[in-house]
Design a protein around this ligand. Structure first.
Ligand code: AMP
Ligand code: MG
Length: 412
């Protein structure tokens, strides 16, 4: 049999993203509920934030010229708690003011209470020479009216929800969640809970991919239907894929996508639609398939087949599925910037394929390598806190600078 030619990762990613049109539907969700969703329109500020000059401290508001004229001893006038509307500052006076309260007209500085002395006659003495503007948060210093505060295509974070709320937005327009049908394949797989470990028949293993793939999809904001596990037979594989395509935007499978006679996913996809690419020049993660499945109404669902080996499945999810489902949600930028880090280990054997090694940052600011880099050893992905992206043909010596991509980048 001819060896398939392996596709470079960047070419595969470009093909996937070329097919990933953002889903048309837009939801209007409460800002409180929008964490992790992707904005479908710019958020534009209808006001300045802060909308008025306010005090950054609990202290006293006054005018710097008055301070100079009175040798720093000012009469105490109004009291301005947060949420109140002050009247104009009288000449020669200081106003008691609290954090977030509006600075009265006529005042141009605030001094914190720790730097003041209230005299027996009720006047307040401010010893340190003030600078105009000190301890005042200027109107519009965070956000100017008319400014795009959060751009279309942004995946919302807790901080961005707070920013949306600060300009008064109670609801946000977001892209619909992709509906993903998730399938594992393999006659050897048993669901945890169905059998106790000591009851596993010879050759059987517990299904682990189903667990992390579902969690990863959900973290990315997908609505996941767990369609269970497929036997290693063509007819049921084809029937399930045909049915699943009707209701989902993406069908994601793991396993059964290699070249053995027990691998039925590829022929099933070819029978039901189109297979665009298969087999990548990466390690782990070579057996990877992408295509489309026809629906009864003539439209199509996307199909991605991940390798069965758990680490391969996890790594290809991160490299390809993550940007793909983000693009389905309208995320404007799906590329990740690796960090340059120092390798504190040797990697003496170069590989023809681009490798993604499981590594962990150490306290000395370098990277350690997990001992066993086999694609079946899922422990490496729990021990590690990211991947080292190693170009084809490259060995690594202690002290070399390498590209590191933390898992936190991929999974959020
Ligand atoms: P396959 O690609 O189906 O040949 O599977 C490759 C390897 O991954 C085999 O050792 C399978 O038993 C294993 N594998 C496949 N699917 C899963 C899964 N869902 N959970 C754990 N291991 C799996
Ligand atoms: Mg299999």
């Amino acid at each position: 049999m001819n060896k398939p030619s392996l596709l470079p990762l960047d070419d595969a990613l470009a093909q996937l993203l070329g097919h990933a049109q953002a889903l048309g539907a837009i939801d209007h969700v409460a800002t409180m509920q929008a964490d992790g969703r992707v904005l479908a329109a710019d958020c534009v500020a209808e006001l300045n934030v802060p909308s008025f000059d306010n005090s950054a401290m609990d202290g006293y508001a006054f005018n710097c010229q008055d301070w100079a004229a009175t040798q720093g001893i000012l009469k105490l006038g109004q009291r301005i708690p947060a949420g109140s509307a002050p009247s104009e500052l009288q000449a020669g006076h200081a106003a008691r003011i609290f954090t977030g309260a509006p600075v009265p007209h006529g005042a141009d500085a605030v001094v914190m209470q720790e730097d003041c002395v209230v005299l027996d006659d009720g006047r307040v003495q401010i010893q340190t020479p003030p600078k105009p503007g000190q301890c005042i948060r200027q109107q519009g210093e965070d956000i100017a009216q008319g400014q795009v505060v959060l751009p279309k295509g942004l995946r919302l974070t807790p901080a961005s929800l707070g920013l949306a709320a600060s300009i008064g937005l109670a609801q946000l327009p977001v892209h619909a969640r992709p509906r993903v049908g998730l399938l594992s394949t393999g006659d050897e797989l048993v669901m945890p809970g169905d059998l106790a470990p000591h009851q596993l028949p010879p050759g059987a293993i517990f299904n682990s991919n189903r667990f992390f793939l579902r969690a990863l999809l959900e973290r990315l904001g997908c609505v996941v239907t767990d369609l269970g596990n497929l036997p290693d037979k063509l007819a049921p594989t084809q029937a399930m894929l045909a049915q699943a395509a009707q209701q989902h935007d993406l069908i994601l499978t793991s396993g059964g996508v290699s070249v053995g006679e027990e691998d039925h996913v590829k022929p099933a996809v070819q029978a039901l639609g189109e297979l665009h690419l298969w087999a990548l020049a990466i390690k782990p993660g070579k057996p990877f398939a992408f295509g489309q499945l026809r629906r009864d109404d003539g439209s199509t669902a996307h199909f991605i087949g991940l390798p069965g080996n758990p680490v391969s499945s996890l790594v290809t999810f991160m490299l390809l599925v993550r940007p793909f489902v983000s693009a389905l949600q309208g995320v404007s930028s799906t590329t990740l910037q690796p960090f340059a880090m120092r390798a504190d280990f040797v990697w003496p054997r170069a590989d023809k394929r681009r490798e993604f090694l499981r590594v962990r940052r150490n306290a000395q600011g370098g990277l350690d390598l997990f001992d066993n880099q086999s694609s079946g050893v899922l422990t490496s992905a729990v021990w590690g806190d990211g991947l080292l992206d190693n170009p084809p043909g490259r060995t690594i010596a202690v002290g070399d600078m390498v590209d590191f991509i933390p898992f936190t980048h991929w999974m959020s």
